[in-house]
Design a protein around this ligand. Structure first.
Ligand SMILES: C[S@@+](CC[C@H](N)C(=O)[O-])C[C@H]1O[C@@H](n2cnc3c(N)ncnc32)[C@H](O)[C@@H]1O
Length: 227
C-alpha cells in the first residue's frame, strides 16, 4: 500500500499511526488493553499518560470512545508529550483521513490544539468540553522523561505510543520505563502495540505484570499490563 507522505514522521522514518483502522486500533489495543471502561465505571476522574502526542489520533479516538460508550460527567486529565510538535495545519491534514466519520471531533480537537499556541518547550494546557465530559489536555513539549518526572500525580493508565523500539529506542529506555512505573497508581495499567522482548522486559523491570492480547491491523499480538 502507498503510504501518504503526510503520515510519515520524518524524524523517525515511521508513520504516526497505521493507515488501516487507526481509530479502531486505538480502541482495541490501547483502551481495551488499559481497561479504560472498567476504570471509568469506578472513577469520576481519570488521569491518563501518553508517550507521543504526534497527530492526536489517540486523543481523537478517546473522544470518540467516550461518545460511543455514552460516558458522562467524567473529568479526564490527559498528560502527553511531544518532542517534535506538529503545526495545527499538519494535524488537520493528517486527521482528515477520519473526516468521513469524525468531522466534528476533528474540529473540536484541532481547534483546541491550535489554541495552545505552541512556541517552544514547556507545558501547554487546554480544556476540551465534549458536552458530556471534560478533558484537560496537558501537553509537555520536550522529551518524554521530562514530562514523566514532572507529573505531580500518577496516572491510572498509560498509552505507550512512541514508535517501535527499532526506530526509536530512546522511547523504550529503561530509565524512562522506570519513571513511568513510578508515576503509575497501584493497579494502574499500560497498553502498547509493540511486543518486542526489550519492551516486555523493560516494563517488567519497571514493576508491571505483562500480558498479551490480540493485536489489530495485521499484528498478531499487542501488549498490556498492570502495576
Ligand atoms: C507513533 S507517534 C505518536 C502517535 C500518536 N499517539 C497518535 O496517535 O497520533 C510517536 C510520537 O512520539 C514522538 N516522540 C518520539 N520520541 C520522543 C521522545 N523521546 N520524547 C517525546 N516525544 C517523542 C514522535 O515525534 C511522534 O510524534
Amino acid at each position: 500500500m502507498l503510504i501518504p507522505s503526510i503520515l510519515v514522521n520524518e524524524h523517525y522514518d515511521d508513520r504516526y499511526f497505521d493507515v488501516v483502522n487507526a481509530i479502531h486500533e486505538a480502541k482495541q489495543v490501547f483502551f481495551r488493553g488499559a481497561k479504560i471502561l472498567e476504570k471509568l465505571a469506578l472513577q469520576d476522574e481519570l488521569i491518563i499518560g501518553e508517550t507521543g502526542f504526534g497527530s492526536g489520533r489517540m486523543l481523537l479516538a478517546f473522544l470518540d470512545y467516550l461518545k460511543e460508550n455514552a460516558i458522562t460527567n467524567k473529568r479526564i486529565i490527559w498528560n502527553s508529550v511531544e518532542l517534535h510538535p506538529l503545526s495545527p495545519n499538519r494535524i488537520r491534514e493528517i486527521l482528515k483521513c477520519f473526516s468521513e466519520t469524525h468531522a466534528d471531533l476533528i474540529t473540536l480537537l484541532s481547534s483546541n490544539y491550535e489554541s495552545l499556541h505552541i512556541n517552544g518547550n514547556g507545558w501547554y494546557f487546554c480544556t476540551i468540553n465534549t458536552g458530556s465530559c471534560t478533558l484537560e489536555l496537558r501537553l509537555r513539549i520536550g522529551e518524554a522523561l521530562e514530562m514523566v518526572t514532572e507529573l505531580e500525580r500518577p496516572c491510572v493508565a498509560w498509552f505507550l505510543d512512541g514508535h517501535g523500539p527499532k526506530k526509536n529506542p530512546l522511547m523504550w529506555r529503561q530509565e524512562l520505563l522506570n519513571a513511568i512505573g513510578i508515576k503509575t497508581t497501584d493497579n494502574g495499567t499500560f497498553a502498547t502495540y509493540t511486543v518486542a522482548g526489550i519492551v516486555k522486559r523493560g516494563l517488567q523491570n519497571a514493576g508491571f505484570t505483562i500480558s498479551t492480547i490480540p493485536g489489530c491491523g495485521g499484528k498478531k499480538e499487542s501488549l498490556c499490563g498492570w502495576k
